[in-house]
Design a protein around this ligand. Structure first.
Ligand SMILES: Cc1cc2nc3c(=O)[nH]c(=O)nc-3n(C[C@H](O)[C@H](O)[C@H](O)COP(=O)(O)O)c2cc1C
Length: 272
C-alpha cells in the first residue's frame, strides 16, 4: 500500500482540499456567503410583504378612527372600522360614483394611473398628479344620519409628502380634526404636526366664510388672526415655517376647487 493520499476528485473535492489561505478559496467563500445572505434577505422581504401591507392597512384604519374621534386603545381596529361607509367620489362632479368598488379602490395607484389621474399645471401641494377619484369615509349615527366625513389629504412639506385625513362635520365646512399618518418631517420641528396640542387647534375651525357659502379661508399662518380670520386661522408651527406652509398649501388645495370643493358644496347643499 502506498502512503501518498489519493488526489481529490471533482471540483468540490479539489475546492475542499485547497489551502484555506488561497486567494481563490477566500473569494469563493465570500461570494457564497454574499449569495446566501442576499437569498435570505430576498425570501424574508417577499414573505413579510403581505404582513407589512396588512399592518399598514390597519395603521391607516386606526388613523381614520382617531381623526373621527372614535379610537380607544385596545379596541379591535378592523371591527371598529366597519362603522365607516367608504365611498369613491368623482372629484370633478363632487358626487359619489359606483364605477369602482370602494373596498378595493386604490387611491395611491389611481394617482399614478394616466387613465385615472391628471398632471397638475397649478400644483401648490407639490403632488405632481391628481387622482380623478378619491375614497372618502362616512360615519353615520344610530339613526343612519351622516355624522362625520373623513377626507384624505396629502402634499409636500419641507422634506417629504405628508399623508393624512381631515374630519369634517356633515355641513362640509366645520373642521373636527386633522391628522397625518405618514411624513418624513424633522422630529421636534416639522414633525410637530403630530403634537396633540397643535392638532387640537384645528377642531372648531371653519373652511369657508359666511357659514360655508363664502370664500375658502382656512389657513395656517403665523401671528394673531384678524377678527375676520379667527374662525379660519391655525397658528403655524414655531421653528417649522416651511412645513406649516406645506400644510397650508395641501389643506387649501384639497378643500378647494381642484380637490374636494365640488363635493363639499354638494354636502353643504344636502345632496351628494
Ligand atoms: C436639520 C434641520 C431640520 C429642519 N427641519 C425642518 C422641518 O422639518 N420643517 C421646517 O419647517 N423647518 C425645518 N427646519 C428649519 C428650516 O430650515 C427653517 O429654518 C424653518 O422652517 C424656519 O422656520 P421659522 O421661521 O419658524 O424659524 C430644519 C432645519 C434644520 C437645520
Amino acid at each position: 500500500m502506498s502512503d501518498i493520499p489519493d488526489a481529490p476528485k471533482g471540483p468540490i473535492g479539489r475546492f475542499l482540499a485547497a489551502s484555506p489561505d488561497g486567494v481563490g478559496k477566500t473569494i469563493a467563500v465570500a461570494v457564497f456567503i454574499c449569495l446566501l445572505a442576499s437569498m435570505i434577505v430576498s425570501v424574508a422581504a417577499v414573505s413579510l410583504r403581505p404582513i407589512q401591507e396588512a399592518n399598514s392597512l390597519v395603521d391607516k384604519q386606526r388613523n381614520i378612527l382617531e381623526v373621527a374621534g372614535i379610537y380607544e386603545p385596545g379596541i379591535d381596529i378592523q371591527e371598529a372600522f366597519q362603522s365607516f361607509e367608504p365611498r369613491v367620489v368623482d372629484l370633478a362632479t363632487g358626487r359619489y360614483t359606483d364605477q369602482f368598488d370602494p373596498a378595493t379602490f386604490d387611491d395611491a395607484a389611481a394617482a399614478s394611473d394616466p387613465e385615472l389621474s391628471v398632471e397638475l399645471d397649478n400644483d401648490p401641494a407639490g403632488i405632481g398628479r391628481k387622482a380623478l377619484y378619491r375614497t372618502v369615509y362616512l360615519l353615520n349615527d344610530d339613526q343612519g344620519a351622516l355624522e362625520r366625513v373623513i377626507l384624505p389629504v396629502h402634499g409636500y412639506g419641507l422634506w417629504s409628502t405628508l399623508y393624512g385625513f381631515i374630519a369634517l362635520a356633515p355641513n362640509g365646512n366645520d373642521i373636527l380634526a386633522l391628522q397625518f399618518y405618514q411624513h418624513g418631517e424633522t422630529p421636534g420641528l416639522g414633525a410637530e404636526v403630530d403634537n396633540p396640542r397643535w392638532k387640537a387647534l384645528w377642531s372648531g375651525k371653519e373652511l369657508r366664510g359666511d357659514g360655508g357659502d363664502g370664500d375658502l379661508k382656512i389657513t395656517v399662518a403665523k401671528g394673531v388672526p384678524s377678527a375676520d380670520m379667527q374662525a379660519h386661522q391655525i397658528d403655524a408651527l414655531a421653528g417649522a415655517t416651511l412645513t406649516s406652509v406645506g400644510v397650508d398649501n395641501l389643506v387649501r388645495f384639497w378643500m378647494g376647487e381642484e380637490g374636494f370643493g365640488p363635493y363639499l358644496e354638494n354636502l353643504r347643499e344636502g345632496g351628494v
